[in-house]
Design a protein around this ligand. Structure first.
Ligand SMILES: Cc1cc2nc3c(=O)[nH]c(=O)nc-3n(C[C@H](O)[C@H](O)[C@H](O)COP(=O)(O)OP(=O)(O)OC[C@H]3O[C@@H](n4cnc5c(N)ncnc54)[C@H](O)[C@@H]3O)c2cc1C
Length: 418
């Protein structure tokens, strides 16, 4: 715990939410310790969208130069048949950057890199204010009125003024402070997998090509480096607890779903075992009434999640980290009050961020051959000019209309005071 009035904040998880919060805190002169379960920064993930309030946050946090240097330049999305012939297109310009492909797209791993670089720079300017510890995790939390006592797998126990669970959809902090995952998680009927592979020679540059067959939608999405692409797989499948952490079982499920699926199914299957950034998880929704319990607060996917189908997880995490950082900087002599203000301000973004544009897995992945034929016909019609305004409304996620609240500068402490 800190000896001066600035709190010492523990952050569990060095993903988008955890890194962004650490950056906000260190810039405000607040001490932060980040513990990340993985042994090193985790690469991977497909392009994530920044629009509306999340784009404002990126600008306010000074992240845009790093983002611009790593942007994925996507023209739009195309739907292909088993021989790779396009039968529907959704170009970014048709949707003013607010469709399935946003104006600012950056691979999740690249955004994490931008945040990490900014954090290193901020840490160098404020020595001793932030520590990022890889290969460690929280094992126990004990709340007191004025602090949280924490035990770790490796490091010695320590006390903090605040513990932040930014440890993702299966948050251990949430389990320790709020209760079991089953109480807040709703399986959405499927799984998602992402990994990087060499770009096939016949792929149309700049287009996110997608094919759906019964049980799976699979696509190849441009990467920052044209030599590589991201494989994006969305599977319909019942909840199966045994898949968690078992890569060979996960690959077997994908193999069965892609068997005979045509187009680049074989390319994806050949590359899958070699992928060093293979990511696989269940599509789940996380609903919590309140992200704060005493001196523990949840951030990003740990607090609320609508699954990667929303395309909003990273945006909501970034907005949350920014607002939490601002409120702690503005009122850090009263951490509970700062947390209450944060919970109030983030609530509308959390709700909007769980909306799945275009419908859920039932709409995205056909259940059988008949549904696949119907979906293909419907896609062709919906992406024709007369229907574009309707589709535009379907894809309008909740985020862009919500303005970023301003944390009153009058209540902010000057950096020098800290
Ligand atoms: C490798 C990876 C790839 C992803 N790819 C995509 C994608 O392509 N599309 C998409 O929509 N979403 C993807 N996601 C999810 C997406 O990153 C989040 O929805 C969003 O960015 C919110 O971020 P977050 O920081 O809350 O969670 P995450 O980005 O999931 O970060 C959580 C971090 O906490 C760490 N962690 C987990 N448990 C513990 C623990 N017990 N102790 C300490 N640390 C822990 C994790 O290793 C991770 O670094 C991916 C997540 C990861 C980790």
């Amino acid at each position: 715990m800190s000896t001066n009035s600035a709190p010492h904040v523990l952050i569990s998880g060095a993903g988008i939410a955890g890194l962004a919060l650490a950056l906000q805190l260190v810039r405000s002169g607040i001490r932060a310790t980040v513990v990340e379960r993985a042994d090193a920064p985790r690469p991977g993930g497909q392009a994530v969208d920044l629009r509306g309030a999340s784009r404002d946050v990126a600008e306010r946090m000074g992240l845009m130069p790093g983002i611009d240097a790593r942007r994925v330049h996507e023209i739009g999305m195309s739907y292909v048949d088993g021989r790779g012939r396009v039968f529907g297109r959704m170009s970014m310009s048709d949707f003013d950057g607010e469709g399935a492909v946003a104006e600012i797209e950056i691979a999740r791993g690249d955004l994490a890199e931008v945040l990490l670089e900014a954090l290193e720079e901020a840490a160098a300017a404020a020595p001793g204010l932030v520590e990022v510890r890889y290969g460690d995790r929280i094992t126990a939390l004990e709340q007191h009125a004025d602090r949280v006592d924490v035990e770790f797998e490796h490091a010695s126990p320590a006390s903090f003024d605040l513990a932040v669970g930014a440890d993702g959809v299966h948050s251990a902090t949430r389990r320790l402070a709020f209760g079991p995952e089953e109480q807040v998680a709703t399986p959405l009927g499927g799984y998602a997998a992402f990994f990087t592979l060499p770009t096939p020679a016949d792929l149309e540059p700049g287009w996110f090509a997608l094919r759906f067959v019964p049980g799976i939608a699979f696509g190849l999405r441009p990467d920052r480096d044209p030599a590589t692409s991201k494989a994006i797989l969305t599977l319909r499948s019942e909840h199966d607890a045994s898949l968690r952490g078992d890569r060979s079982a996960q690959e077997a499920l994908i193999r069965r779903a892609l068997e005979g699926a045509g187009w680049h199914a074989e390319t994806i299957l050949r590359a899958m075992p070699e992928a060093s950034d293979f990511y696989f998880d269940e599509l789940v929704r996380i609903d919590l009434d309140e992200p704060v319990r005493g001196r523990v607060v949840l951030l990003g996917d740990a607090a609320s999640c609508g699954s990667p189908l929303t395309g909003m997880g990273t945006a909501t995490a970034l907005i949350g980290a920014y607002l939490l950082g601002e409120h702690l900087a503005a009122g850090h002599d009263d951490v509970p009050a700062a947390l209450a203000r944060y919970a109030r301000d983030i609530a509308p973004f959390v709700e909007a961020g769980k909306k799945i544009p275009g419908g859920g897995i039932d709409r995205m992945v056909p259940a059988n051959r008949f549904a696949a034929v119907m979906a293909r016909a419907a896609t062709g019609v919906m992406l024709s000019k007369p229907f574009l305004p309707l589709v535009r409304r379907m894809f309008a996620a909740g985020g862009p209309d919500l303005a970023l609240p301003t944390v009153r500068p009058s209540t902010r402490r000057a950096h020098a005071e800290v």
